[in-house]
Design a protein around this ligand. Structure first.
Ligand code: GLN
Length: 536
């Protein structure tokens, strides 16, 4: 069977959930035994989102092979329970860079290099790339941005050309729009959808399915009207109504027959879907037996998307424990000795988040000390782990001046230090220690009990590390380095055996958590929160 290509565009506004719709359709097709992958094309000029701060773009998601990517790739992995790679996220920057590099090599000698055909050819080449590996039956391509944006034009043009070049039954276009509800008029409005589809059609692109985001049921006559105006079959106008959880969206899409539309259009030969594991997860998710309140201490607390994967990992770990995890975000910038009791006193566990730079660091130290001294379950991730080591060095070992050279380059006690190979790097993009690395776990440790094995692999994104010169001192004082990189000795995990649950990790365990494979530290951490709550 030829690889089938499904394109997903968005109209009217951003944030309609194209990523979730793409991932949901992918899940439904995967459940019918198809090999599916999803890729995202982002219209900005950055080579990748690694240099964007979370205010601009939410979390930066890191793949196994060390690509810094859009957070939608996190959704793809969580829904499909499979890994993505560098090839799954393409930006305008990367497209232009390949074309310009090729121009310098002389590949276009004598020719004027232009958006059409050179940029669009490169977009098309990349759109087909994963399909050409032979590893996938279906490749879903999500186009970032909104149809009508200037920067999206080359992508829409590439899709137009592909609609001609590929046989009809090998490609399909899903357009996601918004059907707003006007409260004053008590009415759903279809006009924005009509306009956005008309715009697509002006570009010569025709949608096969319209998915309408809505807060209310869209009646059949309204769907027929949209079908008429948008030039699609009446059953190809479907609704995506607000769901209890993003993980319920695949079931909603199945009810609306989005997968059946794809199967019919793409002439896919498949059986009935098997969603047993997914449904079992949803069942646990929606039937919690208990509840815990966990503090997430970070500096981007006003942003839903900045800690996306951590919040999702809590959902997976909560379901695994049949426990509703309420996460309260605590702003580390405003946390101090005076208000820490107020802010953290009634939490069942404390997580200190990853991050960069100085803002909010002192508050993180205050939170860690509070968790350590009051024996509240504690989990530190990346910068959260580095701060845990600092807190111990300062308050237990007594190195009052201990610091990370990230913010105090001249500290007398550089307990957290720039990694050796980072010292010669001046380029900022894509140069951190990125992606999956092995970690050797000490037998008998908390980490060992959690993972149940001695060799694990987790993903990374950092420049600084625990300075090995302080390792013996830390261990002797009771902060055990229970996980390290087998090749370099870099400290990956620290813990305090004296404490009921205190673990901090240099890697980002949240990136590998999925509903069907919840991340073990998160699962154990939620369990520890439940135990702590029961003991109190
Ligand atoms: N800023 C720290 C470093 O670069 C931690 C990074 C992180 O938390 N992802 O090592």
């Amino acid at each position: 069977m030829a690889t089938k290509y499904i394109f997903v565009t968005g109209g009217v506004t951003s944030s309609l959930g194209k990523g979730i719709i793409s991932a949901s359709l992918a899940k439904l097709l995967q459940a019918r035994n198809l090999r599916v992958t999803i890729q995202k094309f982002d219209p900005y000029i950055n080579i990748d989102p690694g240099t964007l701060n979370p205010y601009e773009h939410g979390e930066c998601y890191v793949t196994e092979d060390g690509a810094e990517t859009d957070l939608d790739l996190g959704h793809y992995e969580r829904f499909l329970n499979t890994c993505t790679s560098k090839a799954n996220n393409v930006t305008t920057g990367r497209i232009y860079r390949s074309v310009i590099d090729r121009e310098r090599q002389g590949a276009y000698l004598g020719k004027t290099v232009q958006i059409i055909p050179h940029i669009t050819d490169e977009i098309k080449r990349r759109m087909m790339l994963l399909g050409k590996t032979g590893n996938y039956d279906v490749v879903i391509t999500e186009l970032g941005g909104t149809v009508g944006d200037i920067e999206s034009l080359p992508y829409v043009e590439a899709v137009r050309q592909l609609q001609w070049e590929l046989p009809d039954e090998d490609n399909m276009l899903i357009h996601l729009t918004l059907v707003p509800y006007l409260n004053a008029a008590k009415e759903l409005k279809t006009k924005p959808t009509q306009h956005s589809v008309r715009m697509l059609q002006q570009y010569g692109v025709h949608p096969d399915v319209i998915v309408c985001r809505t807060e209310h049921e869209i009646p059949a006559d309204m769907r027929r009207k949209m079908a008429l105006f948008c030039n699609v079959k009446p059953n190809a106008v479907i609704q995506s109504i607000d769901a209890r959880s993003i993980y319920e969206v695949p079931l909603n899409m199945a009810k609306e027959k989005l997968d059946e539309l794809a199967i019919e259009h793409l002439k896919l030969d498949v059986g009935e879907p098997d969603l047993t594991r997914w449904n079992a997860f949803l069942d646990r998710l929606f039937h919690p037996q208990t509840e815990v309140n966990i503090a997430l201490v970070g500096k981007y607390v006003e942003l839903q998307d900045a800690y996306k994967s951590i919040l999702e990992a809590f959902i997976h770990a909560g379901a695994a424990n049949q426990c509703k995890v309420r996460v309260t975000c605590i702003h580390s910038e405003f946390l101090n000795e005076e208000n820490v009791e107020d802010q953290l006193g009634n939490r069942d566990a404390i997580l200190v988040a990853p991050g960069f730079g100085e803002r909010g660091l002192e508050g993180k130290l205050v939170a860690i000390r509070y968790a350590r001294e009051n024996k509240i379950p504690f989990f530190g991730i990346c910068l959260g782990m580095q701060m845990a080591v600092l807190e111990y060095a300062r308050n237990v070992i007594g190195l009052a001046e201990a610091a990370s050279t990230e913010v105090r380059p001249n500290t007398p006690h550089p307990v957290i230090n720039l990694m050796e190979d980072q010292k010669t790097t001046t380029i900022k993009g894509g140069t951190m220690r990125l992606g999956a690395y092995d970690c050797q776990i000490q037998e008998g440790s908390l980490a060992y009990r959690i993972y149940g094995k001695t060799l694990i692999s987790e993903r990374h994104r950092h420049r600084y590390e625990v300075n090995s010169e302080y390792r013996d001192q830390l261990n002797a004082a009771g902060l055990i380095t229970s996980g390290k990189n087998p090749d370099t000795g870099l400290v990956e995990i620290v813990e305090i055996p004296e404490h009921p649950f205190y673990i901090a990790v240099q890697f980002h365990p949240e990136l590998k958590s999925t509903p069907e494979n919840p991340q073990p530290i998160f699962v154990a951490f939620v369990k520890a929160a439940m135990d702590y709550k029961a003991r109190r």
